[in-house]
Write a protein that binds this ligand. Structure first.
Ligand code: SF4
Length: 206
């Protein structure tokens, strides 16, 4: 367990705000790092937090880096960043003030998690909103993501993406190529209908 609130991979900075997630995806990287007393780490970083950080603590951790060297801060760690929405907003404001672009990797369930519509605020705080589409129907999504919102999670995510697009957000859905050509095409149709881009990532073996 650690205080790894910020980490760097491949010349990009990442913020790790929480270990909470509304999903329990079968492919989640956290599944390979389950012994919190002896974490394997992610790219050498222990992202299991001993406590959730305040915005000040994340900003303090960010300031240890020479921020002028970086272009982007990505909200992505061992959990769903929107659980810490206020912290995310404050850290994003700070990142912008330092000339960094902001991006989030999210499961798109923020409105259901928080019980309020935060799509407009997210679009103000975050320049690139990456939403893991993962699958193309509520049933298929539920089979791999096991959301606390059950089969409703897929529609919750799609609705959130539409709201973000309506607020001018730059939304990019992602799927992994292992879902097959047919479903990649269905994902493309869904992205077009929402007004989002689609990124097809290559499957990487453990
Ligand atoms: S949404 Fe992301 S953090 Fe949450 S379980 Fe799935 S892969 Fe892991």
């Amino acid at each position: 367990m650690s205080k790894q609130y910020v980490y760097e991979i491949g010349g990009k900075l990442y913020a790790n705000l929480t270990n909470k997630c509304s999903n329990a995806c079968v492919f989640c990287v956290r599944n390979y790092d389950t012994d919190r007393k002896k974490p394997h780490g992610y790219e050498g970083y222990d992202l299991w937090l001993d406590k959730e950080p305040s915005a000040e603590e994340v900003i303090y951790a960010l300031d240890k880096y020479n921020l002028s060297k970086y272009k982007e801060l990505v909200f992505c760690g061992y959990g769903e960043p929107t659980y810490r929405f206020d912290v995310l907003e404050e850290v994003a404001r700070y990142a912008h003030s330092k000339g960094l672009r902001t991006r989030i990797n999210t499961n798109g369930q923020a409105n259901a998690i928080l019980g309020i519509d935060v799509s407009e605020r997210l679009c103000r705080a975050i320049d690139v909103i990456g939403i893991s589409l993962n699958q193309v129907t509520p049933e298929k999504y539920d089979a791999v993501c096991h959301s606390i919102f059950g089969k409703k999670a897929f529609d919750i995510m799609i609705e959130f993406a539409k709201l973000c697009v309506a607020h001018g957000g730059n939304v990019i859905f992602s799927v992994v190529d292992c879902i097959g050509k047919e479903d990649i095409e269905r994902a493309r149709v869904i992205a077009d209908e929402v007004g989002a881009q689609l990124r097809v990532r290559e499957m990487i073996d453990e």
